[in-house]
Design a protein around this ligand. Structure first.
Ligand SMILES: Cc1ncc(COP(=O)(O)O)c(C=O)c1O
Length: 509
């Protein structure tokens, strides 16, 4: 019996459990069974379908699956052992050998070489939808860097994980048939009620639980809105600059994005009217414009709502981080002002809880509910019941409000630390904007600076800052950097800006 080599440890071997049975189609009247089985294994190993160190099924399990006696399976395994294809490791059972025989290795190499040369020769046969090709973004190195200043990531180390795991455990332990079966596409009703109550108080949203649709976060909410409200070729206003996920949602339904500029009062509705007065939908971030940070003024709110009512259009309100507002008073949602039920409101638990939770919500006008429900059902059926139940308890037992309160203080301190660090290290080069709320701010660079190059270079030294120009849909965009500060402690903030200074100076002279 061999001892398991270090790189073929138990974890590696769990890649495909031995209890998964291979699809061996035995031919009746063909070669003897033991030959067919051993041939199958040789081929699967040579083609990389079974990898070195991977467990193979027991002879009993395989014989039962193939409905044959164990004898031919024994014989096949014995033969494969003798040829060096299989090994038996102490404690791990029978596995594909750590070093496969030369013949198999040669066959694998030949196959890889053949695969590499045939793919580009027939590109037409491998055509994808134009939208997929258009959406495939060039590599964004700043997204690969986990350090300061990843945008959109909250203070994950401050999340009350013990409380959360207790709630998950509570519901996993007592999961009944209802909890395990398909759920309602609209979401778990008690959670929808808790969200409606929360939004009424915290965001002045006017809706009952029947209008709350649980989503897998705002990105999913955008997709549902795009599918429910837009036909191919329809025009939709998007802020310029804007959150790139909005463009993606429009691209997937073949709608046309009409860029509407943003100034210090938020989206310029009058300019929107000049560019496309009969657009079907306006996608906006009124509480904290992404990425420049403006708050939509009262006059603009009224102008927008009047336009939507007049034109029979819809407004999608992305309220992604309104829980965190620092200097000014909380701002009520646009949805709460809307007398004509023209606003679809979107929120997320990504910033308050953690992004991998993938839970958020839409608040939908009552007459649109059947269409929204059907679109959601068609996409992914429903959100996971277990996490919805745990979240419902998290809100109702007060953990949610407590966590928001704590994080508001933390993010306010981090925001001040970032503004101080920018003022200290790059006072004449970076001009911060939009720091009133949320977990990110933008800082403008001198006109003409190549912010993409700055971001790429910064990522190489472990600093993640997003180029502002990437949020514009046209050339000649403003140059700047977007800093996320939610997940960065104050010391790392200062060190991060100090490191960034050396990069920025190379591009700004
Ligand atoms: C403006 C804006 N909308 C939506 C989202 C996506 O949120 P979610 O994680 O809920 O999809 C983000 C993420 O950072 C965002 O910045």
């Amino acid at each position: 019996m061999a001892t398991l080599p270090a790189r073929h440890d138990a974890k590696n071997m769990q890649r495909v459990a031995a209890s998964l049975l291979p699809p061996i189609a035995l031919e009746t009247g063909g070669a003897p069974i033991y030959v067919q089985v051993s041939d199958w294994f040789r081929r699967a190993i040579a083609e990389g379908q079974l990898r070195p160190g991977q467990r193979v099924p027991s002879t009993r399990a395989l014989a039962s699956e193939l409905k044959v006696s164990r004898l031919p399976i024994f014989s096949a395994y014995e033969q494969l052992h003798a040829e060096g294809y299989l090994e038996t490791f102490t404690g791990a059972g029978t596995c594909v050998a750590a070093t496969i025989p030369q013949a198999a290795a040669d066959a694998l190499r030949r196959k890889t070489r053949r695969g590499a040369s045939t793919t580009p020769a027939r590109p037409a046969a491998r055509r994808m939808a134009a939208r997929a090709t258009a959406m495939a973004a060039p590599p964004q190195m700043w997204l690969e860097t986990q350090g300061a200043f990843r945008v959109g990531v909250p203070a994950l180390d401050r999340f009350p994980l013990r409380t959360w795991s207790r709630l998950i455990h509570r519901h996993a332990r007592h999961a009944d048939a209802e909890a395990l079966a398909y759920g309602d596409p609209m979401g778990y009703l008690p959670l929808r009620e808790a969200i409606a109550d929360y939004l009424a108080v915290a965001r002045a949203v006017r809706a009952d639980a029947s209008q709350v649709l649980i989503t897998a976060g705002i990105q999913h909410g955008l997709q549902i809105c795009a599918h429910a409200l837009l036909d191919p070729g329809d025009e939709a206003w998007v802020e310029e600059p804007c959150y790139s996920g909005t463009w993606q949602a429009l691209a997937t339904v073949g709608a046309v994005a009409i860029q509407v500029p943003v100034d210090r009062d938020g989206l310029d509705a009058a300019e929107g009217l000049r560019r496309a007065s009969s657009a079907r939908v306006a996608f906006i971030t009124p509480s904290h414009q992404f990425p420049l940070g403006a708050t939509l003024s009262a006059a603009r709110r009224i102008e927008l709502l009047q336009w939507a009512a007049r034109a029979g259009s819809w407004i999608v309100e992305d309220d992604y981080d309104s829980e965190y507002r620092f200097d000014s008073k909380p701002i009520a949602s646009l949805q709460g002002l809307d007398a004509d039920a023209r606003v679809i409101y979107m929120g997320t638990f990504s910033k308050v809880m953690f992004p991998a939770l993938r839970l958020g919500y839409l608040v939908v006008p009552k007459d649109l509910l059947p269409g929204f429900r059907a679109c959601r059902d068609a996409m992914d059926t429903c959100s996971p019941t277990l996490s919805q139940k745990a979240l419902n308890d998290f809100i109702r037992e007060g953990h949610f409000a407590r966590h928001i309160r704590r994080m508001r203080g933390l993010y306010a301190a981090r925001r001040t630390a970032l503004l101080d660090a920018i003022a200290k290290h790059l006072p004449h080069t970076l001009q911060a904007t939009g720091a009133d709320a949320g977990m990110q701010l933008s800082a403008l660079l001198p006109d003409g600076t190549d912010d993409m190059a700055v971001s790429q270079h910064a990522a190489q030294i472990g600093v993640s800052v997003r180029p502002l120009s990437q949020c514009y849909g046209h050339p000649g965009a403003r140059s700047g950097l977007i800093f996320g500060y939610g997940s960065v402690d104050e010391r790392a903030i200062d060190a991060g800006v100090r490191s960034l200074k050396r990069v920025v100076q190379q591009y700004t002279g």
